[in-house]
Design a protein around this ligand. Structure first.
Ligand SMILES: Nc1ncnc2c1ncn2[C@@H]1O[C@H](COP(=O)(O)OP(=O)(O)O)[C@@H](O)[C@H]1O
Ligand SMILES: CC(=O)N[C@@H](CCC(=O)OP(=O)(O)O)C(=O)O
Length: 262
């Protein structure tokens, strides 16, 4: 049985079909995979900040995180979004356990370089694999919000794609990004395979932009650091997860090695 890290984007969390959670539970019960869920919630954080009249900005796809913003990020991610996902899993009789990267010091971070620009945004230095393994061994499915803790116990906001990438590479596991698009789009068509050179070219010509930039960069980082495979798939597709496990041609599979696009 192998690990599978599944990252659910904030863009899709509220729309995930029941079949997504059923497949997850079925795949775990048949001992095919040991799932670990990492979730985002960017749009929900932005809405909450708006309600509170707090201005929010992004630099290179990362939210500039002041102390005031960090409090809201934690409240939304580790509070409402995390528990919403846990509840949907429990509705399918899953043994789901919600936690943030703070709990059990699951995710240890240091500040990102250029603190002046980003504030309390972190980079992950260590993943507490013992804790993940002990939960999986008891058949729990961890549902993780991307907040991390520093050695000085400061909390940090981590982009959810980056957190999922760090966990997948620490476990040398496959990583599946579940998002609201069918994959990386080029002229409205899904690019089924993309290598590093292609991705860099698509970022350069701005075909890849916005939230897709940290996602593809996190995909390449995960592969470089030992994740076994990475794909971006559409959570709205019935049985997207099942198809991914079966190796079906869905979404965009990211590879490090060069592909001939001829
Ligand atoms: N080339 C591209 N192909 C697909 N989506 C793209 C592309 N460039 C930018 N995007 C944007 O990236 C978004 C996905 O990133 P994001 O909103 O951060 O997703 P998530 O919430 O799943 O992390 C898409 O909804 C789309 O608006
Ligand atoms: C540093 C940083 O940008 N953190 C993200 C964390 C949430 C996230 O990544 O959510 P999605 O997966 O929905 O984009 C943020 O504050 O929006």
């Amino acid at each position: 049985m192998s690990y599978l890290v599944i990252k659910c984007g904030g863009s899709i969390v509220d729309q995930l079909p029941e079949s997504f959670f059923q497949d997850l539970v079925n795949l775990q019960e048949t001992k095919k995979i040991k799932p670990i869920i990492v979730h985002g919630g960017g749009p929900m954080i932005t809405s909450q900040l708006k309600l509170m009249n707090v201005k929010t900005t992004f630099v290179n796809g990362l939210r500039v995180t002041t102390k005031e913003v960090l409090d809201v990020v934690e409240m939304v991610l580790s509070g409402s979004v995390n528990k919403k996902i846990v509840r949907r899993m429990i509705d399918q009789d899953a043994k789901a356990i919600g936690m943030s990267g703070i709990d059990g010091q699951l995710l240890e971070a240091t500040p990102i370089q250029d603190v002046a620009k980003y504030g309390f945004v972190g980079q992950i230095k260590k993943v507490n694999l013992e804790l993940i393994d002990s939960l999986l061994d008891q058949d729990y499915i961890p549902v993780i919000s991307p907040i991390a803790i520093g050695q000085d116990h400061q909390h940090y906001n981590i982009n959810a794609d980056v957190a999922a990438s760090a966990i997948a590479s620490s476990l040398q596991a496959p990583l599946c990004f579940i998002s609201d698009i069918p994959g990386v789009l080029v002229n409205d068509e899904v690019l089924h395979y993309a290598d590093q050179v292609k991705i860099e070219q698509l970022i350069e010509d701005q075909t890849i932009n916005g939230g897709m930039i940290p996602k593809v960069q996190a995909a390449l980082d995960a592969l470089t650091a030992g994740a076994s495979e990475v794909s971006i798939v559409n959570g709205m597709d019935e049985h997207a997860l099942f198809d991914f496990i079966q190796g079906e041609k869905i979404g965009t599979r990211i590879q490090l090695k060069e592909i001939s696009y001829a």
